[in-house]
Design a protein around this ligand. Structure first.
Ligand SMILES: [Zn+2]
Length: 286
């Protein structure tokens, strides 16, 4: 267990820490860095919270771990029933600082044409202010490139940040690395099996790697008997009176490696009897 004395010591040595030169690391992040340094076997989030003398909520610690990850590898791993964080190597060389250059900002705002790219409100009619935001957060592996930037209003940005903070960074980083859009959507739904998932989040996951012209189609593909996921739909009203759709995964089975080919084959009706017989599919409408 950490003593207050050790934390006080680590705080007093902070200014000499190499990372203190790194912009964007506040004193809480630096205190967490020193906690991890003095505990090379790793700490779970409760231990980190306990090590911060001035207290700190889960969200605060999470955010600082994310900011530290711009400068250090901090792998998280399950250890018994705990999820622990271990301080790894300091990152070297050119890293994407996340700073958006003036030229890039102008390009993004030019494409937005005065309209929030999330909710559609405009500067002219609704008096909103636009902010340039990373679609896929940097902490989840998103890059500072035109394709991953958009202009959204303050309300949308705040709502997005709050919602995204509820996801696990490691889980999302791993998810967004999956190449197949079908597998990416399916894996995301599996993370929330038997829960209603907002269509906005599925759209986000679908588009995370490349723009999908029709992400709903990719979702419907997963219901084909050759894939066999049961996905039900729902609707709800937002407090502002907008109708949103939700999707709920009700069963799971691993996607076959050749799922793309199977989906394409199933789309030709002529192939269906043979596929039904070959894969032993049941309850299939002819
Ligand atoms: Zn908006």
């Amino acid at each position: 267990m950490l003593t207050d004395r050790r934390v006080a010591d680590s705080l007093s040595t902070m200014p000499k820490s190499p990372a203190s030169k790194s912009k964007g690391l506040d004193h809480v992040a630096l205190a967490i860095l020193d906690l991890l340094r003095t505990n090379p076997a790793g700490l779970d989030i409760e231990e980190i919270k306990a090590g911060l003398t001035y207290g700190g909520t889960h969200t605060h610690v999470d955010r600082r771990l994310r900011s530290l990850r711009k400068y250090y590898d901090i792998p998280g791993k399950r250890h018994g029933g705990r999820f622990i964080y271990i301080l790894g190597e300091q990152k070297t060389g050119e890293t994407d600082s996340g700073a958006v250059s003036g030229k890039l900002r102008a390009q993004v705002l030019g494409l937005a044409k005065g309209r929030c790219q999330m909710c559609g409100k405009t500067i002219a009619e609704d008096g909103i202010k636009l902010q340039v935001d990373h679609k896929v957060p940097q902490d989840w592996g998103g890059l500072t490139v035109l394709e991953n930037l958009w202009a959204i209003c303050l309300d949308c940005n705040n709502g997005k940040q709050a919602h995204f903070a509820s996801y696990d960074q490691d889980e999302m980083t791993a998810l967004l690395k999956i190449e197949s859009v079908h597998l990416r959507i399916a894996t995301f739904l599996k993370m929330h099996i038997n829960e209603d998932v907002d269509s906005n989040m599925i759209e986000f996951v679908a588009n995370a790697k490349e723009r999908q012209e029709d992400w709903q189609k990719r979702l419907r593909d997963l219901r084909y008997p050759v894939i066999g996921l049961k996905i039900s739909t729902g609707r709800y009203q937002t407090p502002q009176g907008f109708t949103r759709s939700t999707y709920r995964l009700e069963n799971w089975r691993d996607l076959p490696h050749d799922h793309r080919q199977l989906i394409r084959a199933w789309e030709k009706k002529v192939n269906r009897p043979a596929l039904t017989a070959k894969l032993g599919l049941k309850n299939v409408q002819p």
